[in-house]
Each structure stands twice: as structure tokens, then as C-alpha cells.
Design a binder for this molecule. Structure first.
Ligand SMILES: Cc1cc2nc3c(=O)[nH]c(=O)nc-3n(C[C@H](O)[C@H](O)[C@H](O)COP(=O)(O)OP(=O)(O)OC[C@H]3O[C@@H](n4cnc5c(N)ncnc54)[C@H](O)[C@@H]3O)c2cc1C
Length: 364
């Protein structure tokens, strides 16, 4: 709402609240949008029923930013997001958990649960439920059954009463898909761009979506500034700017995207190698190695290779912890060394499987 207020106060921006139904195209070029608007009470005479008013808006450049469920993404970019889980949201009232004013990630037998305060009495709980989760199947009570039987016991004792109260209405909590959509080059269709979640998405665990969106706007406002592109109807100049945009945004977005996907894999660990990496990750943070990871997550540091260094340091710490656990404690521990070496290779392999494919999609 604050962003909308900022836009509304800008002398150069006119705001129309309407639904875009289709893009207006001619000769392969996008000229604008067709819209459908509910007539307002003011526009109707007494007794007249609500109608949809059809209109069209034209411009030199149309920017599509219709969010995660974008209907223009596939025709323009030819891409579909991958969805492996959903976040179910509860609003907890008077939820008591220390330390206050920090975001919390709760991990137990359940997948990830995020808790963060959103008001003086309200706390948001986002409960990750994997799509193929057997414990959330209909015969096991569906999502509500999953929250009651698996999620609730994994939460801190002081949080549980407010979750029970939030579930008391008997409804299935509202949900949103957690999507992964690697960045793609812009559409080749002249006269249009696709931005925001319609263009690129990552798991919302790290809350990186707005950081990416703001950075994109910043990069774009420079590349499409009147000094660089005097007329937005110059499609060749816009296409060239967007080609630069694709690579220039990577120094930040690749970090946010890879971190979100890799941390989600570790936090929602569903095998022993991922659990070993998860323990390594927590130990790493407990050792005080937080400054650079937090700077990367917050979009303050734009060096993707620093992220790779931290991730693989965590992997080697996890291997070391696993080896000490297997071989330490007794003089016969050394007999376990071959098992420890085998497990070390398996943990390192898993770290590569988690990190490298996502990192790879960010390179070109
Ligand atoms: C559960 C969850 C939690 C998140 N938490 C965080 C967080 O803490 N921090 C963070 O930075 N990011 C977070 N994100 C990500 C963030 O919300 C998005 O990255 C960001 O909102 C993307 O902005 P957008 O403008 O591209 O899309 P949206 O914010 O989705 O906006 C798209 C808009 O387009 C409108 N629209 C859609 N179709 C049409 C149409 N045909 N005509 C007209 N209008 C249309 C929609 O109504 C909507 O208002 C979270 C995401 C999820 C799923």
C-alpha cells in the first residue's frame, strides 16, 4: 500500500484499477492492453446492475507484471514455474515466543514453518506443505490433519495454543504456491516486457521477491532512461537494453534465487545427507559466520562466488561433523573410517546436486 501511495503521488503516473484481458497486438507488435472494469456505483443509475466496461489502453512500451499466476507469461516467455510445495497461512493472535521481533524458522518432523510478527498482536505463520506429502493426504486428514498431527508438535510449546485457536474456525487455511521460475531472457515480441514474479521467482523462505523486484526496477530505470533510450518506441534500443538487463541483474538476483532454493532444500531436508548439511549449516551460523551470509541474503553483497564459497564451506563442515560423529568416541572408531569416507562423498554429492543445477540456471 505504501508503494501504491508513492506511485499515486507521482505527477507522471495515472492509475486505473482494472483487469487486463488481453494484449493488443498488430503485426507481431504489442500496442497496449484491452481491459474490463466493473462499473462503479457512481457510474450507474439507481437500479442498474453492475456491468463490465471494456476499454483499451495504448503505449509505446507495455510492461506486464501480473504476479505469480501470470496469464501472459507463457505466451510471451514460453515458461511455466515449478511448484513443489505450498505455504498455508495462519494469523496467530497473541502468540508468545521469544525472542520477539525476529523472524523464526521452525524445523521438526514437519517441513519448514516461518513465524514473523506482523502487528502488535498478530504473528504470521507460513506452513510449508510439500505437494506430494503423504502426511497431508486426504485419508490422513488433509492439510488440517497435517498441521494438527505433524506441524503442531514441531512448534515451540508457547506457540501451540495460538495455532490451535487459529485453526478453530474449521477452515482450510489460505494457501499460495511456492514457485521456482529461473530467469529467462526477455520476450522477442516488440513493445512489451515481463517483470516481477511473472518473469522470475524463487522459494519465499528468504523473503527475496521484493529485493529482486526493486533491484530490477533500479537497473531498468537506468537502462531505459531517456538519456539512453530517448524513445520507448525504438524497439531495437529497448531490446538491446533488455539484453544488458538480463546479465546486469544477475550479480544480485542469482544470489537471492540460489540462496532461497538451496536453503529451502536444507531446511526441508527429507534424507540423511540433507539433514547432515542442515546440521552443518546451523553449526556454521553458531560459529558466528553470519556477516557475509546475511549481507548476501539482504542484497547488500553482489558477489555470487562468495555464496558458492560459503555453501561449500558448510558442506565440508557437515562432512567433518559427520566423520567425528562416526569415528570419534572410542578407540575402535577408526574402523568406521571407510564408512565415513563413503558418507563424505555422498554428502558432497548431495551438496553439488542442491547447489550446482540452480546456480547453473543463473549463469546464462
Ligand atoms: C507466501 C509468500 C510470502 C512472501 N513473502 C515475502 C517477503 O517477506 N518479502 C519479500 O520480499 N517477498 C516476499 N514474497 C514474494 C513477493 O510477494 C513477490 O516477489 C512480489 O510481490 C512480486 O511482485 P509483483 O508485482 O511481480 O507481483 P504481485 O505482488 O503478485 O502483484 C501482481 C498484481 O497484478 C495483479 N494482476 C494479476 N493479473 C492481472 C490482470 N489480468 N489485470 C490486472 N491486474 C492483474 C494482481 O492482482 C496483483 O495485484 C512472498 C511470496 C509468497 C508467495
Amino acid at each position: 500500500m505504501q508503494l501504491r501511495r508513492a506511485c499515486l503521488s507521482h505527477p507522471n503516473i495515472s492509475v486505473f484499477e482494472t483487469e487486463v484481458t488481453e494484449l493488443v497486438q498488430k503485426g507481431g507488435e504489442v500496442l497496449g492492453v484491452k481491459t474490463r472494469t466493473n462499473t462503479t456505483d457512481k457510474e450507474r443509475n439507481v437500479g442498474e446492475k453492475k456491468e463490465k466496461k471494456e476499454e483499451a489502453f495504448f503505449g509505446q512500451l507495455t510492461i506486464v507484471a501480473d504476479g505469480y499466476a501470470s496469464k501472459f507469461r507463457e505466451p510471451l516467455l514460453g515458461k511455466r514455474p515449478v511448484v513443489k510445495s505450498k505455504f498455508y497461512a495462519l494469523e496467530l493472535i497473541d502468540c508468545d515466543f521469544p525472542p520477539q521481533f525476529y523472524g523464526h524458522v521452525c524445523i521438526g518432523d514437519a517441513s519448514v514453518v516461518l513465524l514473523y510478527q506482523i502487528g502488535s498482536r498478530e504473528t504470521r505463520a507460513l506452513i510449508d506443505v510439500p505437494l506430494d506429502c503423504e502426511a497431508a493426504s486426504t485419508k490422513r486428514g488433509g492439510v488440517r490433519g497435517y498441521i494438527q498431527n505433524v506441524v503442531l508438535p514441531a512448534l515451540p510449546k508457547s506457540v501451540q495454543p495460538s495455532v490451535v485457536r487459529a485453526l478453530a474456525d474449521g477452515k482450510i487455511p489460505k494457501s499460495m504456491p511456492n514457485s521456482w521460475l529461473p530467469p529467462t531472457k526477455q520476450t522477442a515480441t516488440p513493445g512489451v516486457l515481463v517483470l516481477g514474479d511473472a518473469h522470475n521467482m524463487r522459494h519465499p523462505l528468504t523473503g527475496g521477491g521484493m529485493t529482486v523486484a526493486f533491484n530490477d526496477v533500479l537497473v531498468l530505470s537506468d537502462l531505459l532512461s531517456p538519456e539512453k533510450v530517448p524513445s520507448l518506441s525504438d524497439h531495437a534500443a529497448v531490446a538491446s537494453a533488455m539484453s544488458t538487463f538480463h546479465y546486469r541483474r544477475k550479480s544480485l538476483t542469482s544470489i537471492i534465487n540460489v540462496l532461497a532454493q538451496a536453503l529451502y532444500s536444507l531446511f526441508a531436508a527429507d534424507d540423511w545427507q540433507l539433514r547432515a548439511l542442515q546440521r552443518g549449516c546451523f553449526r556454521y551460523f553458531q560459529m558466528g559466520r553470519t556477516e557475509e551470509p546475511v549481507a548476501l541474503m539482504g542484497g547488500m553483497m553482489h558477489r555470487p562466488l562468495v555464496l558458492a564459497r560459503h555453501f561449500f564451506t558448510v558442506a565440508f563442515l557437515a562432512i567433518w561433523m559427520n566423520t567425528v560423529e562416526l569415528c570419534g568416541g572410542s578407540v575402535f572408531g577408526v574402523l568406521m573410517l571407510p564408512v565415513a569416507v563413503l558418507q563424505a562423498v555422498m554428502i558432497l554429492w548431495k551438496a553439488c546436486v542442491v547447489f550446482l543445477p540452480v546456480f547453473g540456471t543463473e549463469l546464462w
